[in-house]
Ligand binder design. Structure first.
Ligand code: GDP
Length: 318
């Protein structure tokens, strides 16, 4: 079974890790959002790509979900001492990733190629690829500060500003990274991880050509809800819906994707919304979706894959 997972950072990485533990390496391709990428101290930082890779390599910080475990913070301490901006946390080990990636990018290497080599070195066997090698940056329109780059909204302002909308700058010139379209064409199943629909999944499918390829493919397309009981486990997705005048719920997420998914996985805690989602013309799997440990990641991955196989059999029959 060939599976493509679309992932952002923390929520996406957890399900991606579950899928990587269930599937054979050649069966899984993870396409990662790079709309959050930015340059800081002259370094190219790719937060979602790094979160996915650190998680798959068993190197992620289990407390935060981002950054590396057993991290030290010497550089940050010294930056603070000399009055440098310290709003974005950069651990010493994590900095090594950004330094080497930036050095290679400056030599003309592609982000997808650098990512593949990091994965090889870190023992990650499935394919992990950025959505694009081109820069396509998520900007957030806020009530208080107008248009600002995503990391300023997310980290500097701690998501406190009110959101009015989003823009993906550089979109017109962005092309899918090598391997992305091929993986989508060959997929039996495309799984939208429980990531932020606005700023983790939308940028991926907005890369010119990707949505067309997804909807052209014969793959079963399934999304997993990042919103449970109207709230996120972490991050601003629910707050973003509310600020744009949309009540946050699992049904809202299902509606967000309903034009292109066949199935929706929502938490058992939201079972009263099941019929509302079914009315959108989407099949529903109710299951425990809160991935508190590795076993839960594996259980959810297995449940999603079985759901995909069931939908595939039903679609073939009808
Ligand atoms: P970010 O780029 O680091 O914010 O990461 P993502 O966009 O991938 O993930 C953020 C989303 O993941 C939030 O909306 C969370 O609610 C969701 N999330 C995190 N952990 C879990 C989990 O265990 N289960 C589910 N269903 N969603 C989760």
């Amino acid at each position: 079974m060939k599976v493509v997972a679309l992932a952002g950072g923390v929520g996406g990485a957890k399900l991606a890790d579950g899928l990587a533990r269930v599937l054979k390496p050649a069966e899984l391709t993870i396409i990662v959002n790079t709309g959050d990428d930015f340059s800081h101290f002259g370094l190219r930082i790719c937060p979602d790509l790094d979160t996915v890779c650190y998680t798959l390599a068993g190197m992620a910080n289990p407390q935060t979900g981002w950054g590396r475990k057993d991290e030290t913070w010497n550089v940050m301490e010294h930056l603070r001492e000399i009055g440098a901006p310290t709003w974005f946390n950069l651990g010493d080990r994590d900095l090594a990733t950004h330094l080497e990636r930036t050095r290679r990018l400056a030599q003309g290497e592609r982000l997808s190629e650098i990512t593949r080599q990091f994965c090889d070195l870190w023992g990650i066997q499935c394919s992990v690829m950025p959505m694009s090698d081109d820069q396509m940056e998520t900007w957030v329109e806020t009530m208080e500060a107008g248009w600002i780059p995503f990391q300023e909204y997310f980290v500097l302002h701690r998501c406190e500003l009110k959101v009015k909308g989003f823009e993906f700058r550089g979109r017109e010139k962005a092309r899918p990274a090598p391997g992305v379209m091929d993986a989508i064409q060959k997929a039996d199943s495309i799984i939208v991880c429980p990531s932020n629909p606005w700023v983790s999944i939308t940028p991926i499918v907005e890369v010119p050509g990707i949505m067309e390829e997804i909807t052209r493919s014969d793959a079963i397309r399934i999304a997993v809800s990042p919103i449970i009981q109207g709230k996120t486990i972490k991050g601003p997705a629910a707050k973003m819906y509310a600020e744009m005048g949309i009540q946050p719920s699992a049904t809202t997420v299902a509606r967000h994707y309903s034009s292109w998914i066949h199935g929706f996985v929502m938490d058992v805690l939201d079972q009263q919304e099941r019929d509302d989602v079914m009315r959108l013309g989407v099949e529903v799997l109710l299951t425990d979706t809160i991935m508190t440990d590795v076993e839960k990641r594996v259980e959810l991955a297995q449940a999603v894959l079985e759901f995909s196989e069931k939908l595939s059999r039903e679609i073939v029959k009808s």
